[in-house]
Design a protein. Structure first.
Length: 203
């Protein structure tokens, strides 16, 4: 019995002397994070057209009012400029004038471009031959048709003037200015309704 205990103690002591298994010190290889390269932003260069009016611009200006001013009371003339085509109708018996212009934006236009174009400088140039003018109304439709209304004076006569601007193509707008003397409001309303039934006035 003593011998058995002696053998067990000897086995126990011999096992305690064995060095413990060492933990592995090998570190797994670190995964490399793929480098993030920034893709440069693409610069969009607008495709511009020639500023010179084409036959399409001329046809658009001439056909815009259809036959509204086709009667012999209205005398028609036209002109082609660097970036526009204009058509003028004069009604001498009624002292009335209609001035239409197809304006070309060679690189296209957006709302800020129209705001800049139809600014105070534009009105000052438009009414340069008048003694005075005052804007009395401004409004527009959801699809971009704008109307500006004015009262102006020239050579002792007072006039009511309505000026519309409509987006026609991506590079072209068409403006229409109708001028009638005070006292001819019914005539102005009549033509305004015929040409722009969705926005004949701002009231």
């Amino acid at each position: 019995m003593k011998r058995t205990w002696f053998i067990l103690i000897a086995v126990f002591l011999s096992s305690c002397g064995q060095p413990a298994a060492s933990a592995s010190t090998d570190t797994p290889p670190r995964k490399e994070t793929p480098s993030i390269t920034e893709t440069p932003l693409t610069t969009v260069t607008p495709v511009c057209i020639s500023p010179e009016p084409t036959q399409e611009d001329i046809d658009a200006a001439l056909s815009y009012t259809e036959d509204v001013f086709a009667s012999t009371d209205w005398e028609q003339s036209q002109a082609v400029g660097e970036q526009s085509v204009s058509v003028t109708w004069q009604n001498i018996p009624q002292s009335a004038v209609v001035f239409l212009e197809a304006v070309i934006f060679p690189c296209g236009y957006e709302e800020p471009d129209l705001n800049y174009y139809l600014s105070d400088d534009h009105w000052d140039a438009l009414f340069a031959n008048y003694d005075s003018y005052e804007m009395t109304g401004e409004c527009e439709t959801n699809d971009g048709l704008r109307l500006y209304q004015f009262e102006a004076a020239s050579q002792g006569f007072d006039y009511n003037i309505s000026y519309w601007s409509e987006n026609d193509t991506n590079e072209r707008i068409i403006t229409t200015m109708i001028t009638f003397p005070f006292g001819s409001e019914e005539k102005l309303d009549e033509y305004s309704i015929e040409l722009f039934p969705e926005l004949p006035n701002c009231s």
